[in-house]
Ligand binder design. Structure first.
Ligand SMILES: [Mn+2]
Length: 300
C-alpha cells in the first residue's frame, strides 16, 4: 500500500517513542447505527491524526447493521460481530507484527475481543471503564456486545463475539479500573459474574491516588500490555456524550493521572478508546475534548 510507513525489521519494537497508528473500528453493537458508529469520523474531523502526529491506519470494516438478537448466543448481530472481530484482529495483528503501535478507535467496547485475539499470549490488559462489561448473552438486558466484552475475552461470555473459543487473555493479567459499584439488581448480577482472578480497583478507591495506581501497574512486570479506555470511565460532568453515563466517575485530571503512566510504559503494545456517542455531541465539542485528552496522554 502506498503511503504506508516502511516495515521495520523483525524485532518487536514497542516503547515510549513509537508513533501511534490510528485505526477506525466503527462498531456499534446495538446494530442500530447509534452515535458510537460515527465516533471515529468525528474524532478525525476534530483533528485526531494530526494532533497525535500519528500514522493513519485507515478503517476496519467493523459495522454491525443487524439489530436482531441471536437466540442461541443472546448477542445482537452475532454473525456481524463475529466478522467485525475477525477484521479487527487481522488489522491489529498486522500492525503489531510490523512493530507499530495501534490506537484502535471505536465504536463501542465490543471491539475488545477482536483486539485481544491479536495480543501475544501472556499480555496484561488494563481495562478502564465505568462498567465491568461482564454480562453474557443470558444475563444482559440489551444483548449488546458492549455489555459482555470483558467476560468474552476472559472466557466467560459468548465465544461468537470473539470468533474463537476460550479465554483470549489470562484473567490473572486483567485489571478492571474505574468502575462504579453496582446499584440495580442487574448490576449486582453482573458484579457477581466477574472472574475473581481479575484485580479490581473501582473509581471510589482509585480516586484516593490514581497516579500511584497507574505507576504501580506500569512497573508491575515486563509483559506486553494493552490499554482499553471506555470514555464513560470519566464522570459525566466531564464527558456527557456517552450512551450509558454513570455518576461518580473519575474527573479528567484523575483519569490523566491514572492513564499517563500506562501510556508511557515501554511495554504498552497499543490502546483502544471507545464509546463517544456523537448523537449527543451535535456541535463536536466533546469530540474536540476527547482529542485534547488523547493528545495529553499520548503525545511524547
Ligand atoms: Mn465498556
Amino acid at each position: 500500500m502506498s503511503g504506508e510507513p516502511p516495515r521495520r525489521s523483525g524485532r518487536r519494537r514497542y516503547g515510549a517513542g513509537v508513533r501511534w497508528t490510528v485505526v477506525d473500528a466503527p462498531l456499534d453493537s446495538s446494530g442500530t447505527g447509534r452515535g458510537e458508529q460515527r465516533a471515529p469520523e468525528a474524532l478525525r474531523r476534530a483533528g485526531l491524526v494530526a494532533a497525535l502526529d500519528a500514522d493513519d491506519g485507515g478503517a476496519v470494516d467493523a459495522r454491525v447493521e443487524d439489530a436482531a438478537r441471536d437466540p442461541t448466543s443472546g448477542l445482537i448481530g452475532a454473525e456481524a460481530v463475529r466478522r467485525a472481530s475477525a477484521a479487527i484482529a487481522a488489522r491489529v495483528a498486522e500492525l503489531l507484527a510490523a512493530g507499530q503501535r495501534p490506537l484502535v478507535v471505536g465504536g463501542d467496547c465490543a471491539i475488545l475481543p477482536g483486539v485481544c485475539r491479536a495480543l501475544p499470549a501472556g499480555s496484561d490488559l488494563w481495562f478502564v471503564d465505568a462498567h465491568p462489561d461482564f454480562y453474557d448473552g443470558a444475563t444482559s438486558e440489551t444483548g449488546e456486545g458492549a455489555d459482555m466484552d470483558l467476560s468474552v475475552v476472559t472466557g466467560h461470555g459468548p465465544a461468537v463475539a470473539a470468533g474463537v473459543e476460550g479465554a483470549l487473555v489470562d484473567p490473572n493479567r486483567v485489571h478492571l479500573l474505574g468502575h462504579r459499584p453496582a446499584v440495580e439488581e442487574a448490576g449486582r448480577v453482573e458484579a457477581a459474574r466477574i472472574d475473581p482472578r481479575i484485580r479490581q480497583v473501582p473509581a471510589a478507591e482509585l480516586r484516593r491516588d490514581p497516579g500511584l495506581v497507574g505507576a504501580a501497574l506500569a512497573e508491575e512486570g515486563s509483559a506486553p500490555a494493552w490499554l482499553h479506555l471506555d470514555l464513560d470511565a470519566l464522570d459525566p460532568v466531564d464527558l456527557p456524550a456517552v450512551t450509558y453515563p454513570e455518576p461518580d466517575g473519575l474527573r479528567r485530571p484523575e483519569l490523566v493521572a491514572l492513564v499517563a503512566p500506562l501510556t508511557r510504559a515501554d511495554r504498552l503494545l497499543g490502546m483502544s478508546v471507545t464509546d463517544l456517542n456523537v448523537d449527543r455531541d451535535l456541535d463536536g465539542r466533546h469530540a474536540r475534548r476527547v482529542v485534547e485528552l488523547l493528545v495529553e496522554l499520548l503525545r511524547p
